[in-house]
Design a protein around this ligand. Structure first.
Ligand code: MEV
Length: 309
């Protein structure tokens, strides 16, 4: 059975979403492909499965497979630990392949299992990444149920309502710093700040307000406003301590040709995303300061059964 899932870019609300604030993300046209078949021992790309290297895959298998061992091949266009959701993408691709083999494909089930895998592996997570790569297109996570509701995820006294959100055509460029950030470390760092400092809690709430303004700006297709709000969100994330000098260099380079730019994902390395009319210019500017640029498009497809290998 072969399956795939896209990567994602968080446009607004990373970190704050872990505390129940709203967030917006889109699936993008970089994908992870997997092929699984029954075997006599667990193997990933020809190597024995190890918790240290294959923790997401192992947790996904533990949650929904109790049959014979599996031989798993993976191919990914998504750089790992880049802030583009490589772990959510591989997790959802594996879950799709396993449920596909059992003829039990169901979007909500895949998204919820995906969240469970991330939560177990990272010790803390929101459902934004796994829901986005499951559904494709745009996702709004909100603490209240709104229009275009898809499903609800609950954990640790928090409740996230997942919604489809219509996003206008966006010309985005992702700049990968080459520095692999650990989502777990970054989420833990923000949690310590949040637990001990009321100012940090205010910043998290302000990120939530920026995200809700972005919902309106996206509806209005007001690119200048969306860009301003991305810049504002980036300032707030910097206060939370998740920015990095290399990300700042790429953001400054991108801003010369962009409506706005911000770090995306957990930060501490990883990537930035810029909204622009001039993707080539932005990509060039990012590469001039040492980043790797991806001119990305929003992916309509979430998880998919494939015939790729
Ligand atoms: C990581 O892509 C996004 C974070 O908000 C963590 C999460 O929501 O699970 C930093």
């Amino acid at each position: 059975m072969e399956a795939s899932a896209p990567a994602k870019v968080i446009l607004f609300g990373e970190h704050a979403v872990v505390y129940g604030e709203p967030a917006i993300a889109v699936a993008i046209n970089l994908r992870t492909y997997v092929r699984i078949k029954k075997s006599d021992e667990y193997r990933i790309n020809g190597y024995p499965m190890r918790n240290k290297y294959h923790s997401y895959i192992k947790n996904a298998i533990e949650l929904c497979w109790d049959g014979e061992p599996l031989d798993i091949q993976t191919k990914s266009e998504v750089p790992s630990a880049s802030g583009m959701g490589s772990s959510a993408s591989i997790t959802v691709a594996i879950l799709t392949a396993i449920l596909g083999m059992r003829d039990e494909i169901d979007e909500e089930r895949i998204a919820k299992l995906g969240f469970e895998v991330e939560y177990r592996t990272q010790g803390s997570a929101s459902p934004i990444d796994t829901s986005t790569v499951t559904h494709g297109k745009g996702i709004l996570v909100h603490k209240e149920k709104r229009g275009n509701f898809l499903w609800k995820v609950e954990r640790g006294g928090l409740r996230w309502y997942i919604h489809h959100i219509e996003v206008p055509s966006l010309k985005l460029v992702v700049g990968f710093s080459g520095i692999r950030g650990s989502t777990k470390d970054m989420v833990d760092k923000v949690r310590r700040f949040y637990n001990w400092n009321s100012f940090a809690r205010d910043v998290i709430r302000d990120i939530g307000k920026v995200t809700m303004e972005a919902v309106k700006a996206l509806e209005d297709e007001d690119y200048a406003r969306i860009g301003e709000l991305m810049n504002e969100d980036n300032k707030l994330l910097t206060i939370l301590g998740v920015n990095h000098p290399m990300l700042k260099r790429m953001i400054n380079a991108a801003l010369k040709h962009s409506y706005g730019a911000k770090l995306t994902g957990a930060g501490g390395g990883g990537s930035i995303v810029a909204l622009t009319d001039e993707q080539d210019e932005v990509a060039k500017a990012i590469e001039e300061v040492g980043g790797k640029a991806y001119k990305v498009e929003i992916s309509k497809d979430g998880f998919k059964i494939e015939n790729h290998f």
